[in-house]
Design a protein around this ligand. Sequence first.
Ligand SMILES: Cc1cc2nc3c(=O)[nH]c(=O)nc-3n(C[C@H](O)[C@H](O)[C@H](O)COP(=O)(O)OP(=O)(O)OC[C@H]3O[C@@H](n4cnc5c(N)ncnc54)[C@H](O)[C@@H]3O)c2cc1C
Length: 410
Amino acid sequence: MQLDCDVAVVGAGPAGSRTARDLARAGLRVRLLEEHRAVGVPSHCSGLISPRTLREAEIGEEAVIHRLTGAFIHTQEGGEVALGGSATRAVAIDRVAWDQTLCEQAQAAGAELVRARMTRVERENNHVRLTAQTDGRDWTLTARMVIGADGTHSRVARTLGLPRPAEYAYNLGIEGRISPDARAKWRDDYVHVFVGHDLAPGWFGWIIPVGGEIVRVGIGTTGAVKPIVAYRRMAEAYPELFAGLEPIRMYGGTIPLSFAPRSYSDRALLVGDAAGQVKPFSGGGIYTSLVAARLAAVTVREAFERDAFGAKSLAAYERRWKREIGRELRKSRHLRHFGLAMSSAQIERLVRALRSPGLQALTDQHADIDYPSKVLLRLARSLPALATLGAVTVRRPRAALNLVRAHLPV
Ligand SMILES: Cc1cc2nc3c(=O)[nH]c(=O)nc-3n(C[C@H](O)[C@H](O)[C@H](O)COP(=O)(O)OP(=O)(O)OC[C@H]3O[C@@H](n4cnc5c(N)ncnc54)[C@H](O)[C@@H]3O)c2cc1C
């Protein structure tokens, strides 16, 4: 039977476009299905990435709209610490242009972009059949394999019965304009991060300057409080930062905070948010989805070389991405859970301890937004942090296990 293509990739976000690009470059016939009329629109992202991510994406400096060198951490009790230095730690990107560039790279390599919403995927004898909808009309597509790069609520995962991530953060993001007064008080190369169990239960709030008077602000929670309610509280608690903020655009989005128990099955791989490949400490998923996409493409190419599309053969994908980023994701998840077990007073003490010159130097040397466990584990072993961590360990021994697990090599 003549199939419509070799690989059907569902979703033209970073994960899907990068997978499609690499597979098309390897000579495979790829269809890239995207439900939105314009790729990347609307954006549901703050667009903060590491400089390393530019290299991983093979996108140049033209994508960068602003450079960030540090962060102010604010606690709900009013504590504040500045961490950072002069080196660029992160860059803000135009996320719509970013997604479109990646998709254009995939098309230039030979992938065919198709505007369609995939509604169902079924396995048949030696292929998969996707049902898709364009302008209300159903049609089908056959392929040797399907890649589910269709984001957090992955329909590919759900229709194939793949287990979903266990934990999510629900977010509200606002792109806005700040007043000249507020701007004069700011360092526009520092982000602001707001933490506190009452302020942003389970997650955190943020302000990211992206150049000039424009900022991206937002807050997430793990469900106890609606993000809009948390946002109002945050804006009230920090009037000096939020007063006069004029919203331009609002968006919401769900971020998986743990990876899916399985990212492969017969003739199918999940990549990016669909597989929960997101950094559990920050919710950043652009870097991790690109790494996973590269490894998915390597595995799919091998599957075609061997004509082996079963789960056993595709399991190599999961081994690969876990080797490269899975360890960090696991460590960060344990560290996050340890942080959640700390009382507000303990968080406050820890943040104040971070002002010590020794810890400032340590942070400056080891901070890495893609691999936060590097600096967090060093901080956990440092003298000023030990008293606080010891207190958590005594009061919440189960939580302390997370710290032990985060230290384990695997
Ligand atoms: C508020 C917020 C702020 C964030 N900020 C950052 C940040 O600063 N830095 C960072 O690194 N990450 C951030 N993230 C996370 C980041 O946006 C994601 O991790 C990243 O987009 C994952 O890429 P992806 O390709 O896996 O999924 P997505 O970018 O979600 O792409 C999935 C694509 O699939 C399409 N699709 C879905 N279903 C179907 C279907 N059935 N048929 C056809 N197409 C379909 C969608 O339209 C979409 O284009 C943020 C997330 C949120 C919610």
